[in-house]
Design a protein around this ligand. Structure first.
Ligand code: ATP
Length: 354
């Protein structure tokens, strides 16, 4: 292993480009990342989404240079920064980092925190003022971090990461320390800011909604591997596996017998998106089901959950299975009522039954 200096924007490729190829990382002989392939285009925001312990933070830290990789390569802006023999140190990779706990220096003012990462003394004050204005904190430069709200501290952390003008911003669960309401507001502000700056960003989250709202593309990780890497709509509409389908949203699976482009299930015949033959598990998103009151229907309403913009009807089907249907508008059925539940005709994905 060797370390060497590098200004990441001295590479040959476009600024903001990240390329991760066949990366393996192990801790104490135990593999944690098993051959990760992953890329970020200039100006793109990419989410690393997955359950706890799947390796999201390890991948982010490997890109940052905070972990060494066992094999594979990581390139930033067309310049290789890590392989099995090379490890460019983090401060030479021209990346900005925002940690989960924001890691502000408590004994420094807001302005001093932001100035910390700027190498050059020339124009340092101007740069601090610019970046504080960018995150809407221009009047708070003299305050100490402890006197700020959570949302303001988050913005200081962001300003500090942006101050050195990184080519890529890496964020580890950046909103998880904020309560729900503030979280939605801050994430929307950060989204606009990053999109406006056109900076490439990779952020870690275990929250599917956050990944889908912020990410241009999402890498869904499981057990040290990427199960699917695509746009949010492609992942939701065309999940690579039943596991991904369930992880990224509400999913009903109905056992069915497929013959070509149709499958017979407990709610009748369902159209399929691909040719299938034999026993399958058909994926029906709740919004692709229709529920109507019907004394001779195929199920009974277990519960109705009202969300304002829509409601979820939980139905116990006569064959013993249970499904959830998302219906817009006001509830038109009630608990205990007999209903008929059918597909709305959308072509459904079917996974071969295990
Ligand atoms: P979370 O959402 O809970 O933060 P994660 O997906 O970010 O999880 P990682 O933090 O990357 O997961 O951890 C992946 C695996 O690697 C876990 O089993 C973890 O215990 C292990 N691990 C991470 N860092 C180290 C380390 N320094 N030494 C040993 N094992 C580690």
């Amino acid at each position: 292993m060797r370390s060497r200096d590098l200004k990441a924007n001295s590479g040959d490729g476009p600024v903001g480009h990240v390329d991760v190829s066949h990366v393996h990382v192990a801790f104490g002989g135990v593999d944690v990342l098993h051959g990760i392939d992953f890329d970020v285009a200039p100006g793109e925001i990419v989410a690393l989404l997955g359950p706890s312990g799947c390796g999201k933070t390890t991948l982010l830290r490997s890109i940052a240079g905070l972990e060494r990789i066992a094999s594979g390569t990581i390139s930033l802006n067309g310049h290789e920064v890590a392989n099995d023999r090379l490890h460019v140190r983090p401060e030479a990779r021209q990346i900005g980092l925002v940690f989960q706990d924001w890691a502000l220096f408590p004994h420094m003012t807001v302005a001093e925190n932001v100035a910390y990462g700027i190498d050059s003394f020339a124009h340092r004050n101007d740069r601090v003022a610019d970046v504080l204005a960018l995150v809407g904190l221009n009047t708070l430069g003299d305050r100490m971090p402890a006197t700020l709200s959570g949302g303001q501290q988050q913005r200081v952390a962001l300003a500090r990461a942006l101050a050195p003008q990184p080519s890529v911003l890496l964020l580890d669960e950046p909103f998880s320390n904020l309560d729900t309401g503030l979280r939605v507001q801050v994430r929307s502000e950060v989204h606009s800011l990053l999109a406006g700056l056109g900076i490439s960003a990779v952020f870690v989250t275990h929250d599917q909604e956050e990944a889908f709202v912020l990410g241009d593309r999402v890498a869904v990780m499981r057990d040290g591997r990427i199960e699917q890497f695509d746009t949010p709509s492609a992942i939701y509409g065309n999940p690579a596996s039943a596991w991904v389908a369930e992880f990224v949203g509400d999913a009903n699976f109905l056992r069915g017998e497929a013959t070509g482009m149709f499958a017979t299930t407990s709610i009748g015949e369902v159209a399929l998106s691909e040719l299938r033959q034999g026993q399958v598990d058909v994926l029906l998103r709740p919004e692709h089901l229709v529920v109507t009151e019907n004394e001779s229907g195929n199920g009974v309403v277990r519960n109705v959950e009202y969300f304002g913009h829509d409601h979820m009807v939980q139905v116990d089907l006569d064959d013993g299975s249970h499904v959830a249907a998302r219906i817009s508008g006001n509830p038109h059925v009630r608990r205990g009522q007999r209903v008929s539940l059918v597909s709305d005709g959308s072509a459904c994905l079917a996974f071969l039954s295990s």
